[in-house]
Design a protein around this ligand. Structure first.
Ligand SMILES: O=C(CO)COP(=O)(O)O
Length: 249
């Protein structure tokens, strides 16, 4: 079923004391919308964050994981490790992972497979760079990112996938895709799913937009019919701003 989700990706921000403080602030906010609320702290804060929100309407999710079961992968974290600290959802394919850690479609396909085989829900991120959009190549880029990492899956696997369109040029830049640009791309993504898997998968898919979503622009972006929520970076680091976005539905 399609849902409204607002997920805060904290990226590499907040050590343990700051994470504790932000979670206390988040717990003081009031949710007036039907959106599911998620926060993605860094690995070292996951257990504390899970414990601290156990009785709250906030899901703690992970920013990344490795594709292997376990073994000699220094510095990496496995699906089982995430599950053992209460995590049920993992972000994969973020543009920062793609750009700085060389995660390509083939690696991401393996990560998606591993996460799904462990019953983790995946928030799968993708999006074009500025040069792609200037060359009017944005739809082709997004289509290939989705196809290469996900189209080996059965239709039933998509129940555990949420898509997040994050145009690279709008991340952390203060430049947002216009609500129309977001809507056009989300509609195109749904059509791409429809062409391969039919309208059940396409209509049920939750598609988030990410890239400089702020309290001031969230309402207009979320009002678009194919935008089901947001993946929020900078504005997720302040509880009032984050809940202003959550409540923009
Ligand atoms: O990358 C993002 C969320 O994953 C978006 O970040 P900003 O909201 O800071 O642009």
């Amino acid at each position: 079923m399609r849902k409204n989700i607002v997920a805060g990706n904290w990226k590499m921000n907040n050590d343990l004391p700051l994470s504790e403080a932000l979670i206390s602030d988040l717990k003081r906010q009031t949710k007036t919308s039907n959106a599911e609320v998620m926060i993605a702290p860094t690995f070292t804060n996951l257990w504390h964050a899970f414990e601290a929100t156990r009785h709250d309407d906030i899901e703690v999710i992970a920013q990344n994981m490795h594709f292997a079961e376990n073994g000699a992968y220094t510095g990496e974290v496995s699906a089982d490790m995430l599950k053992s600290v209460g995590i049920k959802t993992v972000i994969l394919g973020h543009s920062e992972r793609r750009a700085y850690f060389n995660e390509d479609d083939a690696i991401l396909a393996k990560k998606v497979d591993q996460a799904l085989s462990k019953d983790l829900r995946v928030i799968f991120c993708f999006g074009e760079e500025l040069a792609d959009r200037k060359a009017a190549n944005h739809e082709a880029v997004v289509e290939s990112q989705i196809k290469n990492a996900l189209f080996h899956l059965d239709a039933s696997a998509f129940k555990n996938i949420v898509l997040a369109y994050e145009p690279v040029w709008a991340i952390g830049t203060g430049e947002t895709a216009s609500p129309e640009q977001a809507q056009d791309m989300h509609k195109f993504i749904r059509k791409t799913l429809n062409d391969k898997y039919g309208n059940q998968v396409a209509d049920d898919m939750t598609i988030l937009y990410g890239g400089s979503v702020k309290p001031a622009n969230a309402k207009e972006i979320f009002s678009k019919p194919d935008v089901d929520g947001g993946l929020i970076g900078g504005a997720a680091l302040k509880a009032e701003d984050f809940y202003a976005i959550v409540n923009a539905f």
